[in-house]
Design a protein around this ligand. Structure first.
Ligand code: ZN
Ligand code: ZN
Length: 186
């Protein structure tokens, strides 16, 4: 959680005044009675008003966000919440519904079809087969990210070959435009 929070605060520090204002407005919209703290009741009311029912969000999200465990969310904790919602960092387990950070498992088949609608499992649900799903090939998110690399490299290589075929041919023929060969990866 520390990592997500630090990332959120880094984004926040680099935001324009207008963007910071949007985050502060978001915080104020959560803090219904304006006392500078967001209670779990205010959080739930805000979700309901926004048309988000509890089941569409990780069940333990409030507890995860409430870093110092004082039962309320302060501005910093809400910055993390805002970042999670807007930065698509909300991943809940499709087995038990808990909020996951860091390592978790994704269905490779579903991931291939859509990067947005993935089927995700926490380590415990995957290990204990606590899920009902049509596919059975899962990879952890870091391994999955690595499998993306060869495709990127292949695309770059194909682009390089194409570049060579077009410009390299011209270079051989006319002995001109060497800059095209010098910068194959642009
Ligand atoms: Zn789970
Ligand atoms: Zn699947």
């Amino acid at each position: 959680m520390e990592e997500v929070r630090a990332t959120a605060m880094t984004y926040y520090a680099n935001m324009s005044i207008g963007q910071k204002q949007a985050v502060q407005n978001f915080y104020k919209s959560l803090d219904a009675n304006g006392d500078g703290k967001v209670t779990s009741q205010e959080y739930l009311d805000a979700l309901r008003k926004a048309g988000l029912n509890q089941t569409s969000l990780p069940s333990n999200l409030f507890q995860v966000l409430d870093e110092n465990n004082d039962g309320t969310l302060d501005l910093e904790e809400c910055v993390t919440f805002y970042y999670m919602i807007t930065g698509q960092r909300l991943v809940s387990c499709d087995g038990c519904g808990s909020y996951m950070l860091g390592l978790h498992f994704l269905c490779v088949e579903c991931y291939r079809v859509s990067k947005e609608k993935t089927f995700d499992l926490c380590g415990s649900c995957y290990r204990n087969k606590n899920f009902n799903h049509a596919h059975s090939y899962f990879l952890d998110n870091f391994a999955l990210l690595r499998t993306q690399l060869p495709a990127v490299l292949i695309r770059t290589y194909v682009a390089y070959i194409r570049e060579k075929l077009i410009h390299g041919g011209a270079v051989n023929k006319f002995f001109t435009a060497p800059h095209n060969v010098a910068r194959p990866f642009r």
